[in-house]
Design a protein around this ligand. Structure first.
Ligand code: FAD
Length: 446
């Protein structure tokens, strides 16, 4: 029962990583790099991720560099990069009546937000996951292992994981990277705890990717080659290039009053005419965007933990990492980036425990303490993300409820949320004067 070998050096910690999504795999890579024996238990039969875009900020890349430099190298090879000088553009997608007006910056651009240190690199999720999986040694992931329960067993000395196929596994520590409907969270907090179930945000997303040429034809070169959001009543269309600029990632986000059909599944197959109806009567190029989607599309219900955030991310020798801890709506575009921060914190803490070469009760106590430290370090940050992401949704809805003349309300909401961002507002002179008084910080101009 001694956590060391004959030479007196520490044996590697055994860490069970439940969930082989983006954050589980990244965490396992970081642990392995620190000499920790991490095994991923994934419920699917193989690596799986959607073929949709996602983007990582410059800050997230710095944390990745510390987790394992190979991650940044990988991302650099598969991403479309924006630099710190570029901006995210927000277009009026509702009022322009002609395609020419819709693509004319002087008529339809609402505002730009300089990306500052948020310079996003956009990649394809499935390509990133596959690339990361290739960084792991053989045997580091076991598939077809759906966690049903775990026991933080004082008697045996190990955390015991129970899977749906009747098998078990043991580890010194369990990291629940099992996403928004985390079983780890339900066991850690208790199945009856309100935070054990994520809530429907009443927004849905329709995602696809098209060859960049098609995107340019539909939206114009300026839009298709940068990060742009098109705003209008109760919906918006976000586009940005991925795969070294060869594909245009497209996501339609829409408000949905009704409850989501199957809250445990999060997706439902629908006809693309749903998108057609959403954008009916909008400016011509957005009104036609449904034609770029396949006839049957996957509609994603967007769930988060805003209504019932977990009171802690750790209990005993188990903790929550990534969406399992702080699932968020995607309006800040940093859900996974926040998981990268978690991964670095938990890797660093477990490395420090391993370096102490403890055994028995001392090891258990050090692990429990390390996970409590992790929770204390991450709790406010996790809550901040899903809270402010929800505020972005509300900001969009302010715009759409009150009409285009108060579009600048959204600008203020965004400026407020983003802190010292530069904001450029176009509008009549009165409006500009009004906002000059409000937005008086940062490097932006009104
Ligand atoms: P998941 O990706 O959900 O992975 C969980 C894994 O656990 C899965 O493989 C699952 O099969 C497995 N699993 C689940 N239950 C069990 C179980 N019981 N036993 C074993 N395995 C299990 N974030 C960004 O930073 N940038 C973006 O651009 C961005 N865009 C987004 C766009 C949209 C439309 C959405 C919805 C989200 C976006 N996000 C973005 C957020 C990002 O997708 C998530 O934060 C990220 O995928 C979370 O990764 P994860 O590994 O924690 O969870």
């Amino acid at each position: 029962n001694i956590n060391g070998n004959a030479n007196g050096s520490a044996r590697p910690l055994n860490v069970a990583v439940v969930g082989g999504g983006i954050i589980g795999v990244m965490t396992a890579i970081g642990l392995r790099r620190r000499g920790i024996h991490a095994i991923i238990y994934e419920r699917a039969q193989t690596w799986h991720e959607v073929s949709a875009g996602m983007a990582f900020t410059g800050a997230a890349r710095e944390w990745m560099q510390q987790i394992d430099p190979a991650l940044v190298e990988l991302l650099a090879n598969i991403s479309q990069k924006t630099d710190a000088a570029s901006s995210n553009a927000y277009w009026n997608a509702y009022h322009p009546r002609t395609k020419e007006d819709a693509e004319d910056e002087s008529k339809s651009l609402l505002f730009r937000i300089p990306v500052n240190n948020l310079d996003f690199w956009g990649c394809v999720r499935s390509q990133l996951l596959k690339g990361m999986a290739d960084l792991l040694p053989e045997g580091a992931a076991v598939f077809g292992k759906q966690l049903l329960n775990y026991i933080d067993d004082e008697q045996s000395g190990n955390v015991v994981l129970h899977f749906a196929d009747g098998t078990t596994a043991e580890a010194d520590v369990l990291l629940g990277c099992d996403g928004i409907h985390s079983v780890t969270r339900a066991v850690l907090l208790g199945a009856d705890h309100p935070a054990s179930r994520a809530g429907f945000s009443h927004t849905v997303a329709y995602r696809t990717m098209v060859p960049i040429e098609l995107g340019i034809k539909a939206l114009g070169e300026k839009v298709a080659k940068s990060a742009c959001n098109h705003l209008g009543p109760n919906a918006d269309l976000l586009v940005y290039p991925v795969m070294s600029g060869t594909l245009l990632n497209m996501a339609v986000f829409a408000h949905e009053e009704a409850e989501f059909p199957d809250p445990d599944k999060m997706t439902v197959h629908v006809d693309r005419t749903e998108i057609q109806k959403l954008f009916d009567g909008w400016s011509p190029q957005v009104a036609d965007i449904w034609k770029l989607y396949p006839e049957k599309v996957v509609k994603w219900g967007i769930f988060d933990l805003e209504a019932n955030p977990p009171p802690t991310y750790a209990g005993g020798r188990a903790c929550l990492v990534g969406d399992a801890a702080h699932a968020s709506t995607p309006y800040l575009g940093v859900g996974a980036c926040t998981g990268v921060e978690d991964a670095l914190v938990v890797c660093t803490l477990l490395e420090s425990v391993q370096q102490k070469a403890l055994s028995g009760e001392a090891l258990k106590e050090a692990l429990r303490d390390a996970l409590q430290t992790y929770s204390a370090a991450r709790l406010d940050r996790g809550r901040w993300i899903h809270h402010h992401s929800r505020q972005m949704v509300d900001g969009v809805e302010i715009l759409v409820d009150v009409g285009p003349d108060l579009a600048a309300q959204l600008v203020v909401a965004v400026a407020h949320l983003e802190g010292n961002v530069g904001v450029h507002v176009r509008g009549d002179a009165g409006l500009e004067e009004f906002f000059a008084g409000l937005v008086d910080r940062g490097e932006g101009a009104v």
